[in-house]
Design a protein around this ligand. Structure first.
Ligand SMILES: Nc1ncnc2c1ncn2[C@@H]1O[C@H](COP(=O)(O)OP(=O)(O)OP(=O)(O)O)[C@@H](O)[C@H]1O
Length: 298
């Protein structure tokens, strides 16, 4: 569904250049439900904006659903945003109108496109579990329900890809879980590919794959050990102690063989004191030793 290769984004302001993406590689399979995590300023929103066609990469390759986004002209970009992607943001007030009902809010974008689609709006609200709240004004709905209205709108054009930027950022834990469960069920039922940018570790636990971005590059991937359904069953028996064990963490090696060593390992004796490491092959393993120092620590 998504293929980014050597993706670069440079923001130029009057006297400054910020390299927000520094040659990022990432592949997302069709029908995946995955999350992107990373510290503030690591480039997560920049990447999401590129994927959504809201901004253009400075260099690299970006293919979504077989389409080359760097080759798009204005017209193709408009069609792409209309037909291929749907967006969900943290702050749903941005695209919802408080004094209209849930139904009217979902209908509005369809009306603007010249199509009156009451049946479709009803179907979408039912799909997000709001069948019985359709006639309520937005201002009468809870934060989680409002977020579900936003998700219904994002799905209106049957997008192949749903992009969500901190979709649970302003919700409490219980409501966040409901929104996430909705993502999972939509992913399963209509096969839509979902990419979620988040700070929330709870959310990251609920997806099958987490890609971590550091300084505008993918630095690690966490892949689920057991399916989420299996884990739920296990959680009944065991406890939250499994939290750290739900995913296996991989460091990402790019095509040129470059690797970011996780910060925790860099703290190990000797590694912080030098900018060189000795690399050796031992019994089919690649072993790193601190520079100058022959002690085995890596
Ligand atoms: N329009 C812009 N003009 C200039 N610099 C920008 C612009 N947008 C983002 N940046 C810079 O690019 C870098 C990456 O920003 P981005 O918003 O993608 O990070 P993020 O990982 O989403 O952060 P957060 O979690 O805080 O939202 C930051 O250094 C940011 O200051």
């Amino acid at each position: 569904m998504i293929r980014c290769e050597g993706l670069v984004k440079i923001y130029k302001t009057a006297d400054l250049e910020v390299v927000a993406l520094q040659g990022l590689d990432m592949v997302v399979e069709d029908g995946e439900l995955m999350a992107i995590i990373g510290n503030s300023g690591s480039g997560k929103s920049t990447l999401l904006n590129m994927l959504g066609g809201l901004d253009k990469p400075s260099a690299g390759k970006l293919l979504v659903d077989g389409q080359d986004l760097l080759a798009f002209g204005e017209k193709e970009l408009v069609a792409y945003k209309r037909d291929t992607v749907g967006f969900v943001w943290q702050n749903n007030a941005r695209n919802l109108i408080p004094y209209l009902t849930a139904m009217e809010n979902v209908e509005l974008p369809m009306l603007l496109r010249g199509r009156r689609r009451r049946e479709r709006a009803k179907e979408l609200l039912e799909a997000v579990g709001l069948g019985d709240r359709m006639r309520n004004r937005l201002s009468e709905l809870s934060g989680g329900e409002q977020q579900r209205v936003a998700i219904a709108i994002a799905l209106a054009n049957n997008p192949r890809l749903l992009l969500a930027d901190e979709p649970t950022g302003s919700l409490d834990t219980k409501t966040s879980n409901q929104v996430l469960d909705l993502f999972r069920s939509l992913n399963r039922s209509i096969g839509i590919t979902i990419v979620i940018v988040t700070h929330d570790p709870q959310l990251a636990r609920k997806v099958d794959r987490v890609v971590q971005i550091r300084d505008g590059k993918t630095s690690a991937e966490m892949i689920r050990r057991v399916s989420y359904a299996e884990e739920l069953a296990l959680m009944d028996a065991e406890d939250a102690q499994r939290e750290a064990e739900s995913h296996i963490e991989y460091a990402v090696v790019d095509k040129a063989g470059r690797l970011q060593i996780p910060a925790g390992y860099m703290d190990a004796a000797g590694f912080k004191d030098s900018n060189k490491v000795r690399v050796e092959m031992e019994d089919g393993r690649i072993v790193l030793y601190p520079g100058e120092d022959a002690r085995k620590t890596g």
